[in-house]
Design a binder for this molecule. Sequence first.
Ligand code: GLA
Length: 380
Amino acid sequence: MSIQDTIIQAFVDQFDTEPTFVIRAPGRVNLIGEHTDYNDGFVLPMAIDRAVWLAVRPRAADRVFLRSLEQVEPTDFALNAIHHTNAGWSEYVKGMAFMLQRAGYDLRGWEGVMSSDVPIGSGLSSSAALEMGVGCAFAAVSGFPFDGVEMAQLGQKNENEWVGANTGIMDQMISANGREGYALLIDCRDLSMRATPLPSDTLVVIMDTKTRHSHTESGYNERRMSCERAAAFFGVSHLRDVTVAQVQHAKLELDDVTLRRARHVVTENQRVLDAIAAMRMDDPVTLGRLMNASHASLRDDFEVTNDALDVMAMLAQATPGCYGARMTGGGFGGCAVALVRRDSAETISTTVAQQYEAATGLQPDMFVTTATAGTAIIQL
Ligand code: GLA
């Protein structure tokens, strides 16, 4: 049964009636532009065919009740008394309600069930998908339009202020605004977006190393602080405004670690712009090379890969039919992404999976994805 059918059936079982709204909020994979979003830079993600699904109906009481098919405890809270109780996944739901109300939205209560096939902690933005799905549920039942940019901003506030992860805005932006068949170039300074198709005859393979990260515990916040320190050194608000030449000239004055962190961000921004140019020329070879260079920079300069990600990227890069591969998302574990020739996607997945297992003893999860639409109510 598809996840859409499963969620509708679960709703009917629980509430004895059909849901009023069924919502799909996708995870994402970032093709290139990593750790650039909080530096006001460029990212190039696409929404994937793994998603959070919600089936909901409005309810008279001003309460929210949401049961997840993957979690033991449901979320159940009153809209006029939202408190942080460290309740795991429920905090993402409560935090969205809190942020929407703080932004002035008059929310109605609702109840429903949800299910997700975005692996948690894998770098595919399961939490941003949940946030955008919940935001869409509130919009649907309360009768206001789902504004993808504003919802992404509220989702980021939720992460930063409620959940306590100091993440950027890329994940929410792409989950909310993804477009079928396209990757989105997002300028994280003004949040403008440009849809760009993948090169012809290519597919994207996501390769889950099965190693996991946690943003609240990992070096993510520490990397952000390094970037802020570097920006201050160059006298700008964000590394977006620093050039590669400036970083090179700073070699004698800036400590080695901060210099390398800055060099990653500044060169990565340029790689995103070069990637867009390559996509416009329908040139997968150049795009793939840029992805490989991005991985090397994240490994050597930004130091956010782990052995599993390095092995996975290296194996994919060495396989015929693969144009390029790199880690995707925050790093420290999770998934890598490869751009491959359409007719080689299945062979590459099988070969790399076997080699990865032989090298690490871990059984990876490989899946081919297309670029899908962003968060929306599904017409049944
Ligand atoms: C995580 C964060 C994003 C972004 C990436 C790294 O996914 O949520 O905001 O910073 O890491 O590019």
